[in-house]
Design a protein around this ligand. Sequence first.
Ligand code: FAD
Length: 281
Amino acid sequence: MQSQHPPLFSFEFYPPKTEEGAASMQVVHSKLAALKPDFFSVTFGAGGSTRDKTFDTVVDIQAKGIAAAPHLSCVASTKDNIRAILKNYQQHGIAKIVALRGDLPSGTLSAGEFRYANELVEFIRLETGDYFDIHVAAYPEVHPQAANATDDFKNFKRKVEAGANSVITQYFYNAESYFYFVELCEKNGITIPIVPGIMPITQYAQLFRFSEMCGADIPRWMRKRLESFGDDKASVQAFGLDVVSQLCQRLLEGGAPGLHFYTMNQSAPSLAILDNLQLKS
Ligand code: FAD
């Protein structure tokens, strides 16, 4: 089983779009930085739509003393484009990267030179050798566009074989899907850390929409409870905190090497979960 002591924590941000958002992120960052996470990651709009904002946010975070890992999606990108981004990060001492395919808005045609994330990982290794610590995505509940679960796992394995150092999963609420996935990895000789992605629950409608899109299952019992709270935000949040804290506790006790929080640029939900965990050092 995976396990590693103490567990590694990381927090994901999206690049703020407004000055107000940037100011709020500074506060969120300093609250989360106090926990000394392993790194902060910053998302990247597919097709490069947030290229400069991702870069600026990453450089700002790294300058404050904790490692920052830019996400980099390759769909609709050229090799020259990706090469330039990598070079820029290297010049700024950024050594971690989350390598992804990305999703283009529906109806957009991809004119890029990469089709899948394994090609991006290969390209990063070819261009920069061992410089980057490369994280890739995994889907314990199967990627929504996969032909089937078996092919999806084979495709995931290609990313590991191309040189990924570590894995962050899509969020899930079924702990068994994670444990099964880790077991499958072990049976297939994959020994790199597989860190569960954690989505705190603070709102119902948004979570439901998001989960539909990315193929994360909200178990019936959770859905029914969340629905029953209606507009009662406090009850949604209390239930969410309880359920997600229990999930995290179970994952860590079951050997998960750490937790990666999808913060949605908020500190309170992740802090409340971490506060609930009985961490052993
Ligand atoms: P891939 O690994 O390329 O897989 C995509 C699909 O193609 C899968 O169905 C897979 O089975 C199939 N496939 C893969 N390789 C092959 C192959 N060689 N032949 C045939 N089929 C293949 N999106 C963003 O736009 N920006 C972000 O910052 C971002 N951050 C993310 C962070 C995490 C931790 C996660 C889990 C997801 C993130 N996403 C982000 C979403 C991600 O881009 C989408 O889930 C996307 O649909 C798949 O990306 P991937 O890197 O997993 O793709």
